[in-house]
Design a protein around this ligand. Structure first.
Ligand code: ACM
Ligand code: ZN
Length: 508
């Protein structure tokens, strides 16, 4: 913090480097938002000399996502090397402005000035993510955009899109059109927690076309967000097996799953046709998503069917495997090699560590931090998503009676904030932790309004875990600043857990 404030008004000039169109795009979006919410029109100028100005300056040699923001009473200078840094610098400028900047309407009463500051900033982790499960419950495309907006305002850069599971296949695959004709709908859905009672209402067909996905990818890219698609294998397979029963060990019949959990009906890795199918799907996924990383699932795959399957047993014999776990390992290796040819890397849930997964695979540690610690120590890159800190489908309050029905657990905003992703590792091992994310599974989350409630404000805590160095973080300091969050969420029209910040304060 410095002395004084910079007053925004229509005499302020906007100075943008002439040879950086992407930076100009970011500056223009700031100008548009100021016009919309503050009614202020910035005038473009060639230089900031002698003017009251907001000046964007490209300077080589800064971290890719880093920026410097200098605000004096007469000049705002935003300096970065890459567009990413400018984008985050503008997000910080928004955070210094009144919450009305996040809205869609003119607010003449707000104080349109910025406190003087000198900020030099860059993120702790390169992977700052959020996972959304659109299989258990589908999230319409308009809300996918809103979800991405939330990531952007929190300076997060990865959207992990969980697209296939037992209860629904949600991505169009042109080679296998039946996947989204059959696999994208279920006859009905269980009521509550596998009560044995069903709602009798068909669910679906719900899926995203490749054209829709392309537009989402571009929208995310414009906000410096990479999408990691997840195609689950060899477990969580029922939607695919209902479509192509020959890909399961028994040949079916199978149904798109109507309840929640882990199911013994999984893909048959003894069958070459299964690999053909996976490769056919991944060909299109690899082509569609420009990012380097593809998530291949790998979690929660019971092996009972493999024990009884002639094809699986024949494969085991041929490959000299002693137990079924090696079949899973074989599968992950083969898929990794296939994707490597296409210039892609795999990411998988921490179960992939149970075999001798290659060192180039990235591990997503969800069963606590244990898998992540093991992965980092053996030399794999790791994303921390420990369920006891980062599962946003868990309750965020102990007052369960007054919360929407949830899967269980308890992860309040303080617990999220307390996560140190590299705890228990040496400095060298800690470098293997490339990031952190939260997961939103949607068994019990049927609307986007409910999803927002589960995300906010916990997402702000997670974003700070992902961005800010450990030694610079303090929960009481976060809580003081978080008061403004509620006003921002209101300006944005988001549903959020209003009582949570107060409650966490009294629990402190
Ligand atoms: C998971 O929660 N099964 C990754
Ligand atoms: Zn089999």
């Amino acid at each position: 913090p410095q002395e004084g404030r910079f007053e925004l008004n229509s005499r302020v000039s906007l100075v943008i480097p002439s040879d950086a169109p992407e930076v100009k795009g970011i500056a223009d979006s700031l100008a548009e938002q100021l016009k919309l919410t503050a009614g202020i029109s910035l005038k473009e100028a060639e230089s900031a000399d002698g003017k009251t100005a907001i000046s964007f300056v490209v300077q080589e040699g800064m971290p890719k996502e880093g920026y410097k923001l200098s605000v004096t009473p007469s000049l705002i200078t935003l300096t970065a090397s890459q567009p990413n840094g400018f984008f985050y610098g503008v997000q910080t400028l928004y955070q210094l402005l009144p919450p009305a900047i996040y809205g869609k309407q003119l607010d003449k009463k707000a104080d349109w000035s910025v406190p003087a500051v000198e900020i030099e900033d860059s993120p702790r982790f390169v992977h700052r993510g959020l996972m959304l499960d659109v299989c258990r419950h589908y999230v319409p495309i308009d809300y996918i955009y809103k979800f991405i907006d939330l990531l952007a305002m929190n300076k997060m850069n990865v959207f992990h899109w969980h697209l296939t599971d037992d209860q629904g296949w949600r991505i169009e695959i042109k080679k296998y059109p039946e996947l989204t004709q059959i696999g994208s709908q279920r006859k009905q859905t269980v009521i509550g927690k596998n009560t044995g009672k069903y709602d009798g209402t068909p669910y679906g067909p719900y899926f995203f076309t490749q054209e829709e996905i392309k537009e989402v990818i571009q929208y995310a890219a414009d906000r410096y967000i990479t999408i990691i698609p997840e195609i689950e294998l060899p477990g969580h397979a029922l939607a695919a097996l209902a479509t192509y029963p020959e890909l399961g060990c028994t040949g079916g019949p199978y149904e798109v799953c109507q309840m929640w959990g882990v199911f013994p009906e999984v893909f048959c890795p003894g069958n070459e046709k299964t690999f053909e199918f996976w490769e056919g799907v991944l060909d299109e996924v690899a082509e569609l998503f420009p990012g380097e990383i593809i998530h291949i699932g790998g979690d929660e795959c019971p092996r009972d069917a493999w024990k009884k399957c002639k094809k699986c047993q024949a494969r085991m014999k041929q490959e000299k495997m002693k137990e079924e776990g090696e079949l899973q390992n074989y599968t992950v290796h083969r898929i990794e090699a296939y994707l490597k040819e296409k210039g892609k890397r795999i990411l998988g849930w921490d179960e992939i560590l149970e075999g001798d997964v290659s060192k180039t695979a990235i591990v997503m540690s969800w069963r606590g931090k244990t898998g992540g610690i093991k992965g980092a120590k053996r030399g794999n890159e790791v994303v921390m998503v420990p369920n006891d800190y980062a599962y946003f489908d868990y309750y965020q309050s102990k007052d369960i009676a007054n919360e929407p029905f949830a899967i269980g657990g308890f992860v309040d905003v303080a617990k999220v904030y307390s996560l140190d992703p590299t705890e228990g590792l040496t400095a060298e091992e800690g470098k293997k932790i490339i990031g952190v994310q939260a997961n939103l599974w949607t068994e019990y989350i049927t609307t986007f309004s409910h999803a927002q409630y589960m995300l906010l404000p916990r997402m702000a805590a997670l974003a700070e875990v992902a961005w800010t160095p450990q030694e610079a973080r303090e929960y009481s300091n976060f809580l003081n600043r978080a008061k403004l969050l509620t006003q921002r969420y209101e300006a944005l029209g988001y549903n959020f857990a209003k009582h949570i910040l107060q409650e966490s304060k009294s629990n402190e």
